[in-house]
Design a protein around this ligand. Structure first.
Ligand code: PMP
Length: 393
């Protein structure tokens, strides 16, 4: 016994079994994972280079091509969350000293700017108020002025509840010899999006929103034009883990017969991701887009009937997946979200970045996008406004 003496005792807390509570996950993410996807993640582990695994990765690639509406060969899932894909895009597309322009109408443009700064890019931003978006003319002018190699735009701004129009922006970027990078973490599957037709060069998403898979994998795709830049760099990207030269081989996108070990794939996470993409394919992307729109409109009407105000004034710019509600005056928003969690077992959240203190955010994504969920949220809000108001008087 003395031979293997330990000095840090086994922690008492680990003696308790953990059972995750069942909650309505109606915040901006993660969303509820349906039993079919959870079950897929509970399948036995196989080797990350076994033939079945390579087939799963190939299926995932096809599923992402469908969800992104692209025929790009360079389409993979990054092992990591949305932020990982964001860094993968920026780290591979930009070399130190090159120019990046980010569109900031919420937190994601700010974060993209910070990531680009960290790798020594010359970063400029165009900024508009939370709840707003940019016209194509504004983008065109900024590109003329700053001449970046990469332009970053968020399609579904989950911190403000804005869906950014995309038509024409890819062409404008190309006119300026600039790559168009779009974040669709919060919009993919819930809002029409056509990577190829809209001329998007790099597009990434996440698993835990409309796809209803667990957090931890992130779809990303590179156009031919993006590949020209990414695979003709003078310097290596700062991250080994996110180097697309390695990842392209790992995902069988580089045409080479041998796959070289790069990292151990999160096997169970890939099972779940594959299943979530299978469900999207079964249901049909168009149907998913339409359902998210109809459910959001039903929700927004319900909110306005209750006397609540929507944060995004322009109806067409309201993101169907994540709704921002003006924080009701006279109430403490934290009290509302806590009350709803405690009494309705339901998560909604406050603002993020520039919208902190200004809004409540409700995400209805994938399987959670239903009129039944809307009714539940409206009831919870009605109850909270009654209770929280009384407590203030
Ligand atoms: N972009 C957007 C638009 C998002 O909504 C999120 C997640 N809230 C992210 C990026 C980052 O994703 P993750 O939290 O998975 O890293």
């Amino acid at each position: 016994l003395d031979k293997y003496q330990v000095f840090v005792p086994p922690p008492k807390c680990l003696q308790k079994t953990f059972v995750a509570p069942q909650r309505h996950m109606f915040g901006p993410g993660p969303s509820n994972v349906p039993p079919r996807i959870l079950a897929a993640g509970a399948e036995p582990i196989i080797g990350h280079m076994h033939p079945e695994m390579l087939e799963i990765m190939s299926d995932i690639k096809s599923g992402i091509q469908y969800a992104f509406q692209t025929r790009n060969n360079m389409t993979i899932a990054v092992s990591g969350t949305g932020h990982t894909a964001m860094e993968c895009a920026i780290f591979n597309a930009v070399e130190p000293g090159e120019g990046v322009l980010t569109a900031v109408n919420g937190i994601w443009g700010e974060r993209a700017a910070e990531m680009a700064e960290r790798i020594g890019a010359r970063v400029n931003s165009i900024v508009t108020s939370a709840g707003g978006y940019f016209t194509n003319e504004e983008i065109d002018q900024a590109l003329t002025k700053h001449k970046p190699v990469l332009f970053f735009l968020t399609h579904g701004e989950s911190s403000t509840g804005v869906v950014h129009p995309l038509d024409g922006i890819g062409d404008i970027c190309h006119k300026h010899n600039c790559l168009c990078l779009v974040d669709c973490v919060a919009s993919m599957g819930g809002v029409p999006l056509y990577m190829d037709k809209q001329g998007i060069d790099i597009l990434y998403s996440g698993s835990q929103k409309v796809l209803n898979a667990p957090p931890g994998t992130a779809p990303i795709s590179f156009s031919e034009r993006a590949c020209q830049k990414v695979f003709n760099r003078k310097t290596k990207p700062v991250s080994f883990f996110l180097d697309m030269t390695w990842l392209a081989n790992y995902w069988g996108c580089d045409g080479k017969p041998a796959r070289i070990y790069h990292h151990t794939a999160p096997v169970s996470a890939f099972y779940s991701l594959r299943e979530s993409l299978a469900i999207l394919a079964e249901q049909g992307l168009e149907n998913s887009w339409q359902r998210h729109k109809e459910v959001a409109e039903y929700f927004h009407e319900g909110l306005e009937t209750m006397g609540l105000k929507l944060f995004v004034k322009d109806k067409n710019a309201r993101l169907p997946t994540v709704t921002t509600i003006v924080a009701p005056p006279g109430y403490d928003w934290k009290e509302i979200t806590s009350y709803i969690m405690k009494n309705h077992n339901l998560e909604i959240s406050g603002g993020l970045g520039p919208s902190v203190g200004q809004v409540l955010r409700v995400g209805l994504m994938g399987g959670n996008s239903s009129k039944a969920s809307v009714d539940m949220v409206l009831e919870a809000l009605r109850d909270a406004l009654r209770y929280c108001h009384k407590s203030k008087v």
